[in-house]
Design a protein. Structure first.
Length: 317
């Protein structure tokens, strides 16, 4: 996340149509709250197609993180509370702008949000890629730390309280800093931001080979594999192919992946479990492996995972 120019997302984000919105009020906190439901302090706001121009202007003073979500999106419901927690703890140094893509089609189109949750930062009115999909809290915190560093390098150090952050003193500089991302994790993040999923997959696989207990690497690997599989897929074409060949494992995999990336978790699990039920026993292994991978991606604590695991067990025995 070192390139803060618009070129960082060239071809992916077009904010030009949103720049002619009403300018932000003088008080940045007021800009965050106008036309939106704001949390105490104005740290977390719901924005719309009509009010997003104010958020763009606000990003010239304080970094803004845009969370593109939808009510039906399961991964969004995992990620959004993490984002809200981290932003609240930062006490106004970052504003979280929440965008319901179903209610705000212009923003969805401008950010070209092909899958959600999608998280993009704004610094000085320019988009900066962060991540797509549900991300563990530790990784969210690491990316926010990087965001604040980039913002400081570009003079965006205000807060929604209107105060400029003080210069870092020598005493402050001596305070312990959070450990940087492990090299292979950093390599994977950089590759994902560049759309190079193959390199990201290789980096996470190497991290797991070195430390099989690296749960962050395992989660990241599942997420980037999913991104890699759905990139370039057309939902209508995939559904038509799956309907035409109900026993075609790869065709069913494609639709299940698209359903997961779109938040239709139960549909994805149901499709694969139905397929598992009708396949000969010697052809079931790939379906079981894909289900287990998707279980890990959604999270063991999700009740939909528990229900699907129970059905899988009943089909196995």
């Amino acid at each position: 996340m070192s390139d803060i120019s618009a070129a960082a997302l060239r071809g992916a984000v077009d904010l030009s149509t949103l720049r002619n919105r009403p300018t932000a009020p003088t008080n940045p906190a007021q800009a965050a709250a106008d036309g939106a439901d704001a949390a105490p302090g104005g740290f977390i706001v719901d924005v719309t197609d009509a009010t997003f121009g104010q958020i763009l202007e606000l990003s010239r003073t304080v970094p803004v993180v845009v969370d593109l979500w939808a009510e039906w999106c399961g991964p969004c419901k995992q990620l959004s509370p993490i984002l809200e927690k981290v932003v609240t703890e930062l006490g106004g140094r970052v504003v979280l702008a929440k965008v319901d893509v179903d209610a705000n089609p212009q923003l969805k189109q401008s950010f070209r949000a092909q899958s959600i949750p999608m998280v993009v930062a704004l610094i000085g009115g320019q988009p900066v890629p962060m991540f797509t999909g549900a991300v563990p809290e530790e990784q969210v915190r690491q990316v926010f730390d990087q965001l604040l560093q980039v913002a400081a390098q570009n003079g965006v150090t205000g807060s929604v309280g209107g105060e400029q952050q003080p210069e870092t003193s020598a005493e402050d500089a001596e305070e312990p800093q959070e450990a940087p991302l492990p090299p292979l994790h950093a390599e994977a993040f950089a590759a994902i931001e560049n759309g190079d999923y193959a390199t990201a997959i290789a980096a996470y696989e190497k991290a797991l080979a070195e430390n099989p207990r690296d749960e962050d690497a395992r989660a990241g690997l599942g997420q980037v594999r999913l991104l890699n599989r759905v990139s370039g897929l057309d939902l209508q074409e995939a559904r038509a192919a799956a309907a035409a060949a109900p026993g075609d494992v790869q065709a069913q995999f494609a639709v299940a992946d698209l359903d997961i990336s779109g938040g239709h978790v139960e549909d994805a699990f149901g499709r694969l479990l139905d397929l598992f039920a009708v396949l000969p026993s010697d052809e079931r292994a790939p379906v079981r492996e894909r289900l287990v991978e998707l279980f890990g991606l959604i999270g063991a604590g999700d009740p939909r995972v528990g229900a699907a695991r129970n059905r899988l067990s009943s089909l196995l025995f």
